[in-house]
Write a protein that binds this ligand. Sequence first.
Ligand code: ADP
Ligand code: ZN
Length: 731
Amino acid sequence: MFVRVAIPIPSAKTFTYAVPETFVPVAAVGKRVVVPFGRKRMTGWIIEIPAEAACDQTVKEILDLPDPEPLFSSEDLVLYGWISRYYLYPLGMVLAEILPGGTATRPKREKWIGIQAEIPVGIKLTQKQSALVTLLREKGDLPFSGLENRFREAAFLRTLEAKGIVRLREKELFRGPGPAPEIGRNGNDIILNGAQAEALDEIRARLTSGRFSPSLLHGVTGSGKTEVYLRAVDEVLRNGGGAIYLVPEIALTAQLLSRVQSRFPEREIAVIHSGIARSTRYDQWKRIRSGEINLVVGARSALFAPVRNLRLIVVDEEHDPSYKQDDRLRYNARDLALVRGKAAGALVILGSATPGIQTFFRTKGGAYRLLRLPFRVDNRPLPRVEVVDMKTERDEQGRTPLLSRALIAALGETLAQQKQTLLFLNRRGFHTFLFCPDCGHVFTCPSCDLSLTHHAAMGVLKCHHCDFTSKPPTICPTCRGNHVRSQGAGTERVEEEVRKFFPEARIARMDSDTTSRKGETERILRSLDRREIDILVGTQMITKGHDFPDITLVGVLAADASMNIPDFRAAERTFQLLTQVSGRGGLGDQPGRVVIQTFNPNHYAIRRAQQHDYVGFYEDELPLRRELGYPPFSRLIGLHFSSLKKEEGKKAVAEIGKRAREMAGTIAGGKADVIGPAESPLARLRGRYRWQMLLRGKESRPLHLLAEKLMEGAERNGLEIRVDVDPVHFM
Ligand code: ADP
Ligand code: ZN
């Protein structure tokens, strides 16, 4: 017997091994095998058992076969193969990414003791023996860990077993997610409003049809989308189907889990995300595969859960860039939900208050069904949004302050009412752009229309698409003002500044510094829920789905920051961020209020966010995309190169750029544009120099062909290369 094995190495090859006699009865597709590979041992996966090995006698034998059950089926493998081809990532490494326990994780077993159904008559028991028998009669089977020490002696138990009184056995220990922390409310006994009922009717009809059908649930913040998802899940579970429910952030899974658990108290629910221990993931995987668990919630990696009879995939906040994984396998779980839903003939519900431009575009052509929840529940008003023009704000020294007068006043009022405030600092890590605080002018690339990155150390402005470079001017070309400067203030500075004005307020901070500590995000959210925090200052993290009724004020500092990232989706991201963070306010009985600070009060992304007008934003944005040939009017593949050596790397990248342009005409049949290569916004990272290049075209096939060929070239040049297909952003 021979098997075909995928091994996690950076090569598309798979390998044939012989199966020794002892393993022949247990060998199956989907099981792991330990194999000799070169001079090493590696763990791979059986992907095929060929009827006859079309190979010579030199194949080596597998060394071990640890899995009692397969981790995947041949049908699952079809999806994995698709992922490997689409994302240009070797199958073995795709499996290592998706499947639990890259290294063989054996399930933990636990010893149990129970009383025999028929105890032989006429046996005399010691006092200790009869004490244990009584206990087991009362309690039923018990794990050893549940016994008093005096009962746990091996000799004592063996005697009882030999007499035929008890039976000892081993059971697999299930390591589940544990109890969910209680954050937020659960909302049982809700009566759906008209819009919700209509959406649910449509969803029911689609579930009954049993066909793949993607739907977009476009509902404003607080319109009751979650309620609709939960009813759809309920419908599926009651009919014996399985469901996957995705949220974009691990931090949101806790709140979701407690809501889902209180909704389905009798159900076991699996939670999957990258923060879950490997052994737990392995256990859950097995129990999902066996059909014991039918409902999976989690972040992006939960999409791969081997749910039986999958009928429904919910992708909440479908626009969120966190669905995209940005290292190793650079997949987007939102996109893969559609691929998987199609393969399974399942309903996919994409939900958002601010759907991706691409998503909404698809509803126009009828590819996705549009379901709308246009109002907040209970007719609660959307928050009133005030836009502050920071060009007119000056402190005593004549500088632009962090906090405007309007925001300070609103903070004071909110504190006095004992309500809570979110202060959102819109900031994108390393990207600093140059702008004029007098007129709001931002320095952009003449050919790409994207903001230039300011490299203060080198004293240059640079375009990270096409490599255009210029000297940073000191005078603004628009207003002739001489205050040109780069953006940047961290959450710490904001906290300090707020403290200056409101020394009594209880202020907390939530950004990548504070939340990198384990459990910290949940701790902060819980104190916010218990109203131990008056003002929460944070970055992107605080804009997402949390539901706290006592937040009545939302302040947005530097609304422009996300507008000036070098990405064609900058305006879209800004509109989404502003709308989402505004939506955190006024979810309770008190109406919410939002103050947005900006240097560009007339920018359409800001104006449309102020008016809560998604469709208006879409209509402003789409013509620009069409004109510049960006998605949804094209597809993109990003190629990222890195090298330890600057000059050699640069030469090799330039060479690839040249080849790309030649091959665009030949291999891609003129159906691909090459943009770049250019230095990456982070030109040097962990000692490596970095460049990037974009392939753009109407169809994906020619782009894939071209990317594949270019990757081969890169390997020969000693460059490291990663590929990003349909990238959500370039950083
Ligand atoms: P979304 O997901 O759109 O932000 P949710 O489903 O979380 O909205 O609903 C917001 C709040 O309103 C929740 O507390 C929820 O329990 C409640 N809710 C949802 N639907 C209704 C309804 N029909 N009537 C009253 N309250 C509702
Ligand atoms: Zn440019």
